[in-house]
Write a protein that binds this ligand. Structure first.
Ligand SMILES: NC(=O)C1=CN([C@@H]2O[C@H](COP(=O)(O)OP(=O)(O)OC[C@H]3O[C@@H](n4cnc5c(N)ncnc54)[C@H](O)[C@@H]3O)[C@@H](O)[C@H]2O)[C@@H](O)CC1
Ligand SMILES: [K+]
Length: 481
């Protein structure tokens, strides 16, 4: 069984919220499942709940409320930290309800020694480990690190909530982790839980259905763009992407639209490499775009030296808009692709790429139905297989966009008929390029499809069916706020 990353789980949770399924409802189901597991293992005795200040702890507060009905069970809760530090509303809500339940004792622990002195670890028949879940970030801090040691030293059976605390849910390095007797993970297996030595820490993993609605996963939603909305305070110039756009020649507007869309979607630096005849025109659209003039009136092999250097100094290449399909342009495209590490191929470039894409090159392609057919695609049902056999992530544009990385398919259903106007595909490619600088192919393609459609919907609200591609660009920041 393959697992999902914690960022994907977060996106699914947020999509649920937007569909009207509250986090509180999911937490209730998670907590009920924990209580059920406790009762399966302990019919009479002492349950120690070790809770953190996040939603992982919130799940355990729900479990405590469910268990409190059973007079044979004594519940002690150790909240690591203070109640005033609980940040999420859902966890605060469930913490508050404990006041009205038959809990033996609840203490706030800031010094791990206090937990030891209470004797709860020695008396417990089972420990519910709800200290840290998928929200763990960075190096393990104190008090949490010592609490994990105390749990492991206790030799009491442990039920881990979602993931053993301290464990990296995405399968990366971690300093120390609770060693559980069973792990209850919610909705889907997490990537880290199936990695390397995971079993040493998780023991048996049970995947618990908490009632996530199918559409939260099937369709791209707000949850898929939230990660692109936040920036850390210590960000520096260039960190959010240097994007190289290779386009133009027969046309000049297309690469300019792509460039402006990439900037609005958060790219720090955007350079357009364009044939000499259109370079000045593209530069005249906006002082925000850096333009590098190529040698001729179309992209050709004489430009390879210039382009090779430009690729080296950029994070993502977006290629194809307005290039035309001259034979030497197509040949040059096929020579450029192997030099790229991350590339978005759109429009005319789709006639120059060689499939399957060699290993080591990460490519997103953004064809419409006609281009997809020309690439050997066989209807939208084939997108998953197409991606797998060609080593690409495909964003197949249509009334509903079908996006696949060869492992899963996501569908984007926003957007409107006003978006059939020219240039909207160029905008989409620019957004995808910008997002790809900081995300994986699938997240970038899903995010770009959603942002483009949502910006198009806002433009439609204001302009009606006379909307222009430039109106969509103007709405990108509104969507990403
Ligand atoms: N709708 C949702 O979001 C749902 C979330 N669920 C639960 O929520 C969990 C995720 O919740 P959160 O995102 O609040 O995160 P967590 O509860 O996993 O962790 C957040 C807390 O950990 C602390 N922390 C983070 N990194 C640390 C480190 N390196 N050392 C010490 N302390 C650290 C933070 O200060 C914060 O208090 C899941 O694992 C799952 O158990 C479930 O309730 C199902 C629904
Ligand atoms: K946990």
């Amino acid at each position: 069984m393959k697992g999902i990353k914690s960022s994907r789980m977060k996106a699914i949770d947020e999509n649920c919220e937007h569909l009207g399924l509250k986090g509180l409802q999911l937490m209730e189901n998670a907590g009920a499942a924990i209580a059920h597991e406790v009762r399966e293992r302990v019919q009479k005795g002492n349950v120690l709940i070790v809770a953190g200040r996040g939603n992982n702890g919130g799940d355990a507060f729900v479990a405590a409320r469910h268990l409190a009905y059973d007079p044979a069970i004594t519940i002690n809760i150790a909240l690591i930290g203070s109640a005033s530090q609980i940040r999420s509303e859902d966890a605060i809500n469930n913490y508050g309800l404990l006041e009205h339940c038959r809990i033996n004792a609840l203490i706030e622990i800031t010094d791990p020694q206090k937990l030891k002195e209470m004797g709860w670890l020695d008396n417990a028949d089972i420990i519910v480990d709800a200290l840290l879940g998928t929200g763990i970030t960075g190096k393990l801090k104190e008090t949490e690190a010592t609490i994990i040691d105390l749990i492991n030293d206790s030799n009491v059976p442990v039920i881990a909530v979602d993931v053993p605390s301290g464990f990296d849910p995405d399968g990366g390095e971690f300093e120390r982790s609770v060693r559980a007797d069973v792990t209850l993970t919610f909705h889907r297996m997490k990537k880290g839980l199936v990695s390397g030595h995971a079993k040493e820490y998780t023991s048996e993993v049970k995947v618990i259905n908490i009632g996530v609605c199918e559409d939260a996963e099937k369709y791209v939603g707000e949850g898929d763009i939230n990660a692109f909305r936040t920036r850390h305070g210590d960000s520096h110039k260039g960190q959010h992407g240097k994007i190289l756009i290779i386009g133009g020649g027969p046309y000049s507007g297309a690469p300019a639209l792509t460039a402006m869309a990439a900037l609005r979607a958060g790219a720090d630096i955007v350079t357009v490499a364009a044939p000499a005849n259109v370079a000045d025109i593209i530069a005249s659209f906006s002082p925000n775009i850096i333009v590098k003039a190529l040698s001729s009136n179309i992209l050709c092999k004489e430009d390879m030296g210039t382009i090779t250097k430009l690729i080296e100094s950029h994070d993502v290449v977006v290629i194809g808009m307005g290039l035309g399909r001259a034979e030497q342009t197509k040949d040059t495209v096929s020579k450029i692709i192997p030099l790229c590490t991350k590339v978005v191929a759109d429009a005319d470039a789709l006639y120059g790429i060689d499939l399957p894409v060699p290993k080591g090159i990460e490519m997103i392609i953004t064809p419409h139905a006609g281009e997809y057919n020309a690439l050997g695609g066989n209807g939208k049902e084939d997108t998953l297989e197409f991606s797998k056999r060609n080593n690409v992530t495909i964003l197949l544009k249509g009334r509903e966009d079908h996006i696949s990385n060869g492992k899963r398919i996501a569908i984007n259903r926003n957007g409107n008929p006003g978006m059939t106007v020219g240039g909207t595909g160029d905008v989409l490619a620019g957004i995808a390029g910008a997002l790809f600088a900081t995300a994986c192919k699938m997240d970038a393609a899903c995010g770009a499809a959603y942002i483009n459609g949502a910006a198009g919907d806002l433009a439609f609200e204001r302009m009606g069916s006379g909307l222009l591609a430039t109106d969509i660009i103007d709405m990108i920041t509104e969507v990403m706020k």
